[in-house]
Write a protein that binds this ligand. Structure first.
Ligand code: G6P
Length: 611
């Protein structure tokens, strides 16, 4: 959360920073600000979106070839102009932008107040700017040393860019816990929270590691750790094309990403599976396959939508590979003193690869000696670098805050893992293994077919756009899909929605059902079909409105439900990949009809890099 961008070189910094901040707006959009090096450091900041900052700054002087910018997701202090970044120290020596949380900012503010410092904002970042200045003036050291000395006393997470009024030729960058990457150009450097603002200028990327500090002038980069040891920067070539981070004619990124799913699922297979003969390979797991084969238990840790994908994985792995699986919210796992054995395999699922709680869970699992794997989308992200092995989802950049194609890619990887394990452990018949792989290959075409009905989803969403509450029901492996459907609706349309296992409805949620309650039921044909038909009857008897996702050609539920949406017939273990798409479309259209900002829903951020 919070996006940061910096530029130092020979071009005008302002347009590069504004452009970059727009690409990072998914990380937070409460306020935005820039600081530019002119004869002195000037800063412009504004509550609201990057475009508000752009309008505001354009009336001012935006010259300068060195600058830093920030788009904020508020943690400390409400979103307003004063709390917006950058923050400048009291004697105007340091101007900084920060992503993360300085946990001991209260203690630092006590020290600073005793030294006569006062603060304008309610932010932890302003305290840090002043703490750096305090050390700089007291110890009479260079800006770089002051930053290093200050950070060695700081607890918490930071991705940090620093300008010093006495050393206007440089940007100091530091990272601990919050991501920061450097793009290496010709006599220029780009800095950002992820590579998306950089990729249009250079694909040569350095990923900063925790407790590293870089000092950049326009033709030199020095990298050290917090103990002042020099390090050799490792430059990697990143393959990411600019088209993949544009809207490509779609009204919203979310809609584009929903429609990209046939392709992103194909990309997820690429090189990891074959159709003839039906096989799964997963080269990223090659070195840990023994551990996986012999795992006594698999623990899956994740947050949000990735946690829902993990639940789908639990059903598939237990069914095919007969290994017990536990799925945990990373935020709970890390703080509850979990029992982790060296024989356990822990799988962290994260689209961004940067979620603070998931990363902390990875570290905890590693300390306990377990084999730790990652299923991530963002190449080079922190989780991918800290896990023993893993599988990239290769869904391409996901910009919409509500996750769609990342979910189906995660489920695809988990299904492939479950199939591979089932085959290797001989717990899955060769016939079933082949049949499921063959069917996995049909999923992109199935999704294409569902997407053809897009207009119908709009029509139904229109009927329910003013509803206040919704219930989502599913059974078995489709229960996590019900949870995901409910999450999609609440996060972008602000309609209260809850997902339940269909049979659990009788234990509480049924009390909510009346003629005003839409109930969305995933009711495709599988072994629980008769039971779900009964659940539909129960809702109908209480006059609830039924929107059912059914198998193509179903005539029974068509008679009972108020609206049906058909998906192609599949094996039930493939159905999460198809049945989630109607739920994504319903949520999308509901949010658009209600006038909500689909790609940037209120209070949310795509990458939650604070606890
Ligand atoms: C945020 C996002 C969700 C995402 C979750 C986990 O809440 O808004 O879309 O599912 O974080 O993120 P991750 O990057 O770890 O998958």
């Amino acid at each position: 959360m919070c996006g940061i961008v910096g530029y130092i070189g020979t071009k005008e910094a302002f347009p590069i920073i504004i452009n970059g901040l727009k690409r990072l707006e998914y990380r937070g959009y409460d306020s935005a600000g820039v600081a530019l090096v002119q004869k002195e450091i000037v800063e412009y900041k504004k509550q609201g979106k990057v475009s508000d900052l752009e309008d505001f700054s354009c009336k001012k002087c935006t010259a300068g070839t060195i600058g830093i910018g920030h788009t904020r997701w508020a943690t400390h202090g409400e979103p307003n102009d004063v709390n917006a970044h950058p923050h400048t120290s009291m004697n105007k020596k340091f101007t900084i932008i920060h992503n993360g949380i300085i946990e001991n900012y209260c203690q630092l503010s006590v020290i600073l107040t005793a030294e006569g410092y006062s603060f304008k904002s309610e932010t932890d970042t302003e305290i840090l700017a002043n703490f750096i200045e305090y050390i700089y003036l007291k110890e009479q050291v260079s800006a770089e040393q002051a930053v290093r000395m200050a950070l060695s006393q700081v607890e918490g997470a930071y991705g940090l860019l620093v300008l010093c009024a006495d050393e206007l030729d440089k940007i100091i960058a530091a990272r601990n816990g919050s991501p920061l990457v450097i793009g290496v150009g010709n006599n220029e450097y780009f800095l950002a929270s992820d590579a998306t603002p950089i990729i249009e200028y250079t694909n040569r990327i350095i990923y900063l590691n925790d407790k590293e500090i870089a000092v950049l002038t326009n033709n030199e980069l020095s990298l050290k750790n917090i103990s002042n040891d020099s390090l050799t920067p490792i430059i990697q070539d990143l393959e990411l094309d600019i088209e993949s981070i544009e809207k490509a004619g779609f009204e919203h990124f979310m809609l584009k990403e929903i429609f990209e799913q046939p392709k992103s699922i194909n990309d997820t297979f690429r090189g990891r599976a074959s159709k003839n003969p039906p096989e799964v390979y997963l080269g990223g797991l090659y070195n840990v396959m023994d551990k996986l084969d012999n795992a006594e238990r698999i623990l899956i840790v994740a947050c949000g939508t990735s946690w829902h994908a993990g639940l789908v994985g639990e059903y598939a792995i237990e069914e095919f590979a007969r290994i017990p699986v536990e799925v945990e919210y990373a935020s709970e796992f890390r703080y509850r003193n979990p029992i982790i054995h060296a024989s356990d395999v822990v799988i962290a699922i994260s689209q961004s690869g940067e979620t603070a709680d998931t990363l902390a869970a990875v570290r905890l699992a590693k300390e306990s000696g377990a084999t730790v794997l990652g299923i991530c989308n963002v190449v080079g992200s922190s989780i991918t670098r800290e896990t023993d092995a893993g599988v990239y989802t290769h869904a391409g950049p996901e910009i919409g805050v509500a996750s769609t194609k990342a979910f189906t890619a995660q489920v695809t990887v988990l299904t492939m893992m479950a199939l591979l394990l089932g085959k290797r452990r001989k717990t899955l018949s060769s016939k079933m293994y082949k049949q499921l792989i063959t069917e996995l290959y049909e999923v992109p075409a199935y999704i294409e077919e569902i997407l053809e009905d897009n207009d119908k989803y709009f029509e139904v969403a229109k009927l329910y756009q003013n509803t206040r509450n919704c219930i989502y029901l599913g059974r078995g492996i489709l229960f996590p899909v019900a949870l995901e459907g409910a999450l999609k609706l609440k996060e972008i349309s602000y309609i209260h929605a809850e997902g339940y296992p269909a049979a659990e409805m009788k234990h509480g949620p049924i009390a909510l059902i009346d003629e005003n309650m839409p109930v969305i039921i995933i009711a495709t044909k599988d072994k629980s079909y008769e039971k779900i038909v009964s659940n539909i009857q129960e809702v109908k008897a209480r006059k609830g409105k039924i929107i059912a996702i059914v198998t193509k050609g179903d005539t029974v539920i068509a008679q009972l439900a108020d609206h049906v949406f058909e998906v192609p017939e599949t094996n039930s273990f493939i159905a999460p990949l198809t049945t989630v798409v109607p739920l994504q479309l319903l949520s999308y259209h509901s949010a658009v009809l209600r006038g909500c900002n689909v790609d940037q829903p209120r209070n949310l951020a795509k990458s939650v890099t604070v606890e």
